[in-house]
Design a protein around this ligand. Structure first.
Ligand code: ACO
Length: 312
């Protein structure tokens, strides 16, 4: 049993923070940021805007896109690492915000930047087992909660936002979430992690090295597992952390850059929202067409990494 994509939606906060805005508050330059990361701007949530606010808006837009109501959904999975509350889950709060009345279950997945792949992995398992028939997965992050404006090496890298995808059960195993793989190695915890005082601790060069190794590995693994080659893939949507990481992965996979979706210049790294926001952007701008095969490799704190293969 498989699935098919029936709706998508996204939300980006109104405030756009350009590299020039950082130049005014810290010792950095647009040139440094663009050369090292490819990032030109990112969206910053308002102080009182929460992960639940952003996730709920993306969810409503996805439901409208699919012409469904929240009570048509029978499971909500939210990928987030930046919830304001430790409990209940962002998923349950979104259900409350949207007025769900059918006792729909919801839970959050904490996979950092790989969170949306972990969420897709769970969704695929539920479809395969025939347990749920219509699943909404949301990636939502308020990374600005962790941004330390005194640390120029991480402050410029992240942004806020949310994206939502709705999949429903299908008898075809060639549409929707076709395959997923997720991995983790806790021994590399020191590379990149949140601190108790809500800051980001990152060894940039080490994280970079791991990312350009793990994302192509996951991409190759899933293609082999699904019995396809790069020629069968229409688009690669890598986790949007850094343009140099994305280019290096494309080179390693011998995949042309014009088939790699890049949104890191506009959104920066939105962690668990990154790939979902990127797909929504591609639909909104008619870049990716329905029916195309997307390879989704991701990498994040943990370390965690993985990939999904989705026919949209
Ligand atoms: N502006 C100007 N200079 C800066 C800035 C900044 N914003 N940040 C750091 N620098 C300086 C450093 O202080 C250092 O100066 P020094 O040589 O005088 O000490 C110099 O730039 C070089 O610093 P490096 O860390 O060596 O720079 P590097 O070329 O490695 O680039 C970067 C840094 C962009 C962070 C890179 O290591 C990288 O991309 N790493 C991957 C990290 C990443 O993408 N993380 C996101 C999380 S992964 C995931 O999504 C979970």
């Amino acid at each position: 049993m498989g699935s098919r994509l029936v709706g998508y939606g996204s939300y980006l906060p109104e405030r756009v923070m350009k590299n020039a805005d950082f130049e005014r508050i810290m010792d950095t330059t647009d040139e440094w940021i663009v050369t090292r990361t490819g990032i030109r701007e990112r969206h910053f949530a308002a102080e009182n805007e929460t992960v639940v606010d952003m996730a709920a808006t993306a969810a409503v837009r996805a439901l409208n896109n699919a012409n469904l109501s929240i009570d048509d959904i029978d499971l909500v999975i939210v990928a987030t690492t930046t919830p304001e509350l430790d409990f209940p889950s962002v998923g349950v709060q979104v259900l409350g915000r949207l007025g769900a009345t059918h006792n729909t279950p919801a839970f959050d997945v904490r996979g950092a930047c790989t969170g949306y792949i972990y969420a897709l992995h769970c969704a695929r398992a539920f479809f395969t087992a025939g347990i749920h028939r219509r699943i909404m997965m949301i990636g939502a992050e308020k990374m600005t909660r962790f941004i330390d404006m005194a640390d120029r090496s991480t402050a410029v890298l992240f942004g806020d936002g949310a994206g939502a995808l709705i999949f429903e059960h299908s008898s075809s195993s060639y549409s929707g979430i076709i395959d997923t793989v997720v991995m983790a190695d806790g021994r590399d915890f020191e590379c990149l992690h949140g601190t108790n005082d809500h800051k980001i601790s990152m060894n940039g060069p080490e994280t970079y090295k791991k990312a350009v190794q793990c994302m192509p590995d996951a991409a190759r693994y899933i293609m082999e597992h699904a019995g396809i080659t790069a020629e069968n893939v229409d688009w690669i949507i890598p986790h949007q952390a850094n343009l140099r990481i994305i280019s290096s992965c494309a080179e390693k996979l011998e995949f042309p850059m014009d088939k790699i979706l890049v949104t890191v210049d506009k959104h920066a790294n939105t962690s668990g929202a990154s790939g979902v926001l990127a797909l929504a952007y591609a639909f909104d701008n008619n870049i990716i067409k329905r029916g195309q095969l997307i390879l989704y490799p991701a990498f994040g704190s943990g370390l965690t990494w993985g990939a999904a293969l989705i026919r949209v």
